[in-house]
Design a protein around this ligand. Structure first.
Ligand code: TYM
Length: 335
């Protein structure tokens, strides 16, 4: 049975990293084969942090190219830009009435800011309202599943709460979505070895950056701090370099051999990292070529986004119309 599935990426950084890829994009690509899938670039969400015109334009283009190059197939999924479907913004205005200020104040992204010492005067309303726009993104398409990383779980939960509160008043109009989060790859650790890999923390391994940049990211990766020399037995368990090997390296014999030698003090960190860099090049070389080709064909890119926007709008507007009718807003959309 085909399931309806939806997910998105915010173009808040310059490009995708392997946390995005293994935690979200790869599962999303696998799902597009046997399901009805909607994937989009959440350009309006990026405004919470990116407020320079050139920077935002560049980020959006990059994420569109990255997403497609990694394997999103616009023949199989509906691929679009959030701002191309105005229903997202319209639905957000409605949904804000079915969630309380208290609930919004308990959201992690907001609370984390305050905990880091940021004052309420420095938190813009776009950031505070972020979960409402995300709920609008989701509920318009009535998806059953939302494939995302662990950091998005709370956003899907508050979306369910909004839908439930709406449905209680108006009947079963909205569908309550389920988060689809992998236990194994739902939270990929960063190169610092402790925190989640994240654009804003600068602890990423990129996918499409220049090779020198990726080499530097890999060589700077945290390993076993107790190991002074290559002949000291090293710790494999929990070592981020081996976490990345397990994810990236298609040569499983090499990974097993490196782990064994590392544990016995028979291989240096530099060699383990160089092998990781080679594996990264192998895994993403095809995507890099695809990305270059896409970049050259701007007209094809525009056509993909136009087509995606049309298909997404049809679904989104139908739900918006139903929502307006349910709440008593009778206008030119539904009359
Ligand atoms: P964003 O752009 O921060 O991240 C995109 C996807 O990558 C996942 N991810 C990770 N997964 C595992 N380990 C990591 N270290 C890691 N870092 C990021 C994220 O969980 C996400 O799935 N708010 C969303 C975008 C969004 C959205 C939506 C998603 C907007 N509207 C509606 C689903 C449905 C975000 O900022 O993701």
């Amino acid at each position: 049975m085909k399931k309806r599935i939806l997910s998105g990426i915010t173009p808040s950084g310059s490009a995708l990293h392997i946390g995005n890829y293994f935690g979200a994009v790869k599962p999303q690509i696998e799902l597009q084969n046997d399901n009805e899938t909607y994937y989009f670039v959440a350009d309006l969400h990026a405004l919470t942090t990116v407020q320079d015109k050139a920077g935002l334009e560049k980020n959006i283009t990059n994420v569109i190219l990255d997403y497609l190059a990694l394997g999103l197939d616009p023949q199989k999924c509906v691929f679009f830009r959030q701002s191309d479907v105005p229903a997202h913004s319209q639905m957000m205005v409605v949904l804000g009435n079915y969630v309380t200020l208290g609930h919004m104040q308990r959201m992690h992204a907001y609370k984390d800011k305050l905990q880091k010492g940021v004052t309420v005067d420095a938190v813009n309303m776009g950031l505070f309202n972020y979960p409402i726009l995300m709920a609008a993104d989701i509920l318009l398409y009535k998806p059953e599943f939302i494939p995302v990383g662990e950091d998005q779980r709370q956003h899907v939960e508050i979306t369910r709460d909004m839908a439930e509160s709406f449905n209680k008043k108006y009947g079963n109009v909205l569908v309550l979505p389920e988060p689809m989060i992998s236990k194994e790859v739902g939270r990929i650790v960063g190169t610092d070895g402790s925190r989640k890999m994240s654009k804003s923390l600068g602890n990423v391994i990129s996918i499409f950056e220049d090779e020198e940049v990726i080499h530097k990211q890999i060589m700077g990766c945290y390993t076993d701090p107790n190991r002074k020399k290559a002949t000291d037995p090293g710790r494999v368990e929990g070592n981020p370099v081996f976490v990345f090997h397990d994810l990236i390296n298609d040569d499983k014999n090499e990974v097993a051999d490196l782990k064994q030698r590392y544990g016995k003090g028979q291989v240096g960190d530099v060699e383990v990292k160089e092998r990781l860099f080679e594996a990264h090049k192998r895994l993403f070389s095809k995507a890099r070529q695809t990305r270059k080709a896409l970049e050259r064909d701007q007209e094809a890119l525009r056509a993909i986004l136009r087509d995606g926007a049309n298909k997404a709008s049809r679904v989104a507007n139908a739900t918006l119309e139903e929502v307006y009718s349910s709440i008593g807003i009778i206008n030119s959309l539904n009359k």
